[in-house]
Design a protein around this ligand. Sequence first.
Ligand code: SF4
Length: 356
Amino acid sequence: MKFCTSCLTPILAKDSDAIEVIKQEYIKDDVPWFVGFSGGKDSSALLKLLIIALSQLNKPHKLINVLYCDTGVENPIITTYVYSTINRLRVECNALNLPIIFEVAVPKLDDRFFVKVIGRGYPSPTNIFRWCTDKLRINPIKTIINKNSNAIILLGIRKGESEQRDRTITKHRTSTEYYLKQSGSNNRLIFSPIINHNIKDVWSTIKFNEFPYSIDHTILGALYKDAGSECPVYRELPGKSCGSSRFGCWVCTVVRKDKSISHMIENGYNELEELHKFRNWLAEFRDNVLYRCTQRRNGQNGLGPITIEGRKLILHKLTEAENISGLKLITDEELSRIKELWDIDLNNEKYIENII
Ligand code: SF4
């Protein structure tokens, strides 16, 4: 164990290595850096080390953009935590004159979960038909990053998460230890200063580096105890998607049972109960053939979109969940788009609910 001379808190040798490599890479050039931040443990550890590294530099010269994606269907407890952490980080970084800005990415209106399900009649996602991850999480971040063709993406990717994960890391590695090539991209680089951290190291990084104070080990640890793991913010490597991880959408029907919300309810987050009931109902409802068109949108016979009546029923159930929980679950903008989409279907002669 070494000691950080500037803040006198104990840090791991792996943290010292990561801080050094961040400093070396940062001062090397003017290539823009974007950090994918989900609020989860890995991106929190990464952000802590990045802020420590920058605060140790004399006049850090280039702007770093930290990106968080708010899908609109994030677990409300987690969203509250992440927004409050971002707000505190903003203040902390400003006070230190660090060139770090925080940006929240949102999906396009037509790509939002309820616009797709209630407006267009998409069945809620499954492992086989997982239409959501790109639309809700990957594209909003990609849209921002792609404006900078040479940008480097900083992500909290680690070796040792699983054998499959290690295989994909090996496949995408570069000649430089901390860099990986993005899947499907020839020149986009991913920089992960915590690639050698194991899960225990990550928690130690968050716990023992008190600074920056805005990322609070106790609060984050408690959320993990209650909820589980997380959902990716950037399509960094193949093989990792959020279907099996639970620091994500409250409405996710990709997993059979949503254990994270159940755990949170057991731990006293009663306001999530109605959301949990709605999610379970939706997971069953998507397979109810009575509310599915018998023709697909491409004109072929087969299980098609959810009928208008079915979509109205989902909206009714969602509104009920909203009223009982007291949580805002859908925006007015989404509601008016949904109604427009119903009208478009009802006035489209090619939209057929039942082939007689
Ligand atoms: S958490 Fe579930 S619903 Fe949300 S993007 Fe990931 S797989 Fe899709």
